[in-house]
Design a protein around this ligand. Structure first.
Ligand SMILES: [Zn+2]
Length: 146
């Protein structure tokens, strides 16, 4: 006679009480490009490539995919800094267009490049803190929280 296991693991909100995750701490650690859980290990292996796991605590980063959100957030942040400055300078001083372009274009470019990695780290921190991650459809027994 064959024995068939019918036991299944059901993951609910109450299943994940093991680890308390503070959103702001995880965001700050991610913004500093560090592991959202321990704050020590590096989050990135290249400029915008999230590493596979934390070298200190072993946290698996692979389920955390920021996709395009960091780029949208950087556009919003830099736009809210540069556009008011442009309008204020134009209203009060009206410098030559070539001078404005020579200042604003590099300012926008470098501010965006400067913010992109920290914002992506913060997004990964938020994902980790809120347990927002991709689920493994091939997992045999459900999708345990990472
Ligand atoms: Zn870590």
């Amino acid at each position: 006679m064959e024995t068939v296991s019918t036991a299944t693991t059901v993951w609910t909100r109450n299943s994940a009480h093991a680890e308390k995750r503070d959103l702001w701490t995880a965001m700050k650690r991610g913004f500093r490009c560090r592991c959202p859980r321990c704050g020590e290990g590096k989050l990135f292996r290249a400029f915008l490539k999230v590493d596979n796991s934390c070298s200190v605590c072993g946290l698996d980063y692979t389920p955390h995919r920021a996709d395009d959100l960091p780029a949208y957030l950087v556009i919003v942040i830099v736009g809210h800094i540069v556009v008011p400055v442009v309008l204020w300078v134009e209203t009060n001083y009206s410098p030559a267009v070539w001078l404005q372009l020579a200042i604003y274009l590099p300012l926008t470019l470098f501010a965006s490049l400067f913010l992109l990695q920290p914002v992506k780290g913060a997004v990964v921190g938020v994902q980790w803190a809120l347990r927002m991650h991709g689920f493994d459809e091939n997992a045999p027994d459900g999708n345990p929280p990472v």
